[in-house]
Design a protein around this ligand. Structure first.
Ligand code: MN
Ligand code: MN
Length: 466
């Protein structure tokens, strides 16, 4: 018997990492580039959870989805959606075998780190008008100063009338900003650490500098802003108490790099998984098991609240699907599986010390799979079973999905969580799968077009598997 050479043995036995571009065809790169044109349009159209739900409903109806009626009996191929308070949504395509053997769920989140307003936000100082804020999610505060911001949200008047606001996105719109001290006078600030140089109370938004033109009266700068808001929206200051107003970066999504291989935008985390999960269910015809795309709110603040996945809204929806087919909900839920579709950190050579190179996800490496997330010895995480990891591996490999596996960073460097643990609490097999991101949670994040496309391909393969 002839001994195999080291090269032959290595080919047979080892699993070297290879950049995705060496593994895919030109045709596939073309498909990836096309897919990202749609993704960029989504990024610009939907910057908040409410706008993402509006987008999802409008798009879903074009694909034949109808509002879910728990009393109705559905047949294979029927498409339904459940809109939870305009901030989270479940979409389902009824499978050939219904839900008796469980459902397949792709769950992503549509809230992003941002700057929210306090309930009494408006004030003036040194003859300028400002809004007080309370940031939402994990941000590095210094990154949110001296950039253009846009205002999004709703104001609900006392009689229940909902006024939608969006200022700073259309050409010609005014925008807003949080100011920073000039370097010439920054000596004191420069002595501070990054974490302490900016406090939450410093993040006040500049919104005007002209007073009501009247020598008499107080707070003329604040008053002038209220006058403008009243003319535009018919609101008074007290209406801001019952409002959800958010300031987000006013940037548009754009190609990054001479080769246009990357997309830069606000809020890839986690719209970069939400969009592929939506497209995957839109293009899913006649699945074997009933499939669900769930777009959840509140992930960035721990999935709390009735639109987050630590609430029961998804469980109730599946229970309704089960009961409509005469199935016991807890049996259906226990047999269900889930892809927790959320971003992971892409290896960044400038901060290599924070990663463990062999167990990191890379730009253009494809869809990133994380068996677990968490911190301090796998604390606070779902840890997908080896059996379920094997199943997902096979699903992706069989469908030619480019994928990689990695951890969020070095052991004990930090950590993070996703909705996976809350889905797992329902006795569902779940694994974290998502797109690697550079500059995660910054006002401007970066992803690879190839990886975004592979998210779509991966979620679709999971839905389509017979
Ligand atoms: Mn996320
Ligand atoms: Mn996040």
């Amino acid at each position: 018997m002839v001994e195999k050479t080291a090269k032959e043995l290595a080919q047979e036995l080892l699993n070297p990492r290879k950049n995705g571009f060496f593994k895919v065809t030109d045709e596939e790169i073309c498909l990836a580039d096309q897919f990202n044109e749609g993704y960029k349009a989504f990024l610009d159209a939907a910057k908040t959870e409410r706008e993402s739900v509006d987008y999802a409903v409008e798009a879903a109806e074009k694909y034949g989805f109808v509002p879910f009626d728990p009393k109705h009996k559905y047949a294979a191929g029927d498409k339904v959606y459940y809109n939870n308070r305009g901030k989270a949504i479940c979409l389902a395509v009824i499978g050939e075998e219904g839900c008796k053997n469980g459902v397949r769920i792709a769950a992503a989140h549509i809230d992003n780190p941002r700057i929210d307003l306090k309930p009494i936000p408006l004030y003036e100082s040194s003859e300028m008008a400002y809004l007080k804020t309370h940031y939402y999610g994990g941000i590095k505060k210094y990154q949110w100063t001296a950039i253009p911001l846009a205002m999004h949200g709703v104001i609900v008047k006392r009689d229940g009338e909902v006024v939608k606001v969006c200022v700073g996105e259309e050409p010609g719109d005014p925008q807003f900003t949080i100011t920073d001290i000039l370097p010439h006078l920054g000596a004191d600030q420069m002595q501070k650490t990054l974490g302490s140089a900016f406090t939450g109370e410093d993040l006040n938004i500049l919104i005007g500098s002209r007073p009501v033109r009247d020598e008499e009266g107080a707070q003329l700068y604040k008053l002038n802003i209220m006058k403008i808001l009243n003319e535009k929206y018919g609101i008074v200051e007290a209406d801001l108490i019952s409002a959800e107003i958010t300031f987000v970066p006013a940037f548009k999504a754009t190609d990054i790099g001479f080769d246009r291989s990357l997309v830069g935008a606000y809020g890839h985390d986690d719209r970069v998984c939400a969009y592929p999960a939506l497209e995957a269910i839109f293009q899913c015809e006649n699945p074997k098991q009933t499939v669900l795309t769930v777009l959840a709110d509140k992930e960035e603040v721990g999935s709390m609240g009735n639109t987050g996945l630590n609430s029961e809204f998804m469980r109730y929806f599946i229970a309704d699907l089960a009961q409509a087919e005469g199935e016991e909900p807890r049996h259906v839920i226990s047999k269900s599986t889930c892809i927790s579709a959320d971003v992971t950190a892409a290896f960044d050579p400038h901060y290599a010390h924070a990663y463990e190179a062999q167990n990191s996800c890379y730009i253009n490496g494809g869809l990133g799979v994380s068996k677990y997330t968490g911190a301090r010895g796998k604390g606070g995480t779902n840890d997908a079973s080896a059996e379920y990891v094997a199943k997902i591996r096979k699903t992706f490999d069989d469908a030619g999905v480019l994928w990689q596996i990695g951890e969020l960073g070095k052991v004990d460097q930090g950590g993070g969580g996703t909705v996976a643990q809350y889905v797992a609490n329902l006795n569902i097999d779940v694994i974290d799968v998502g797109v690697p991101v550079l500059s995660m949670h910054a006002p401007f994040e970066v992803v690879s077009k190839l990886d975004v496309y592979m998210a779509f391909k991966g979620f679709k393969a999971y839905f389509d598997e017979k």
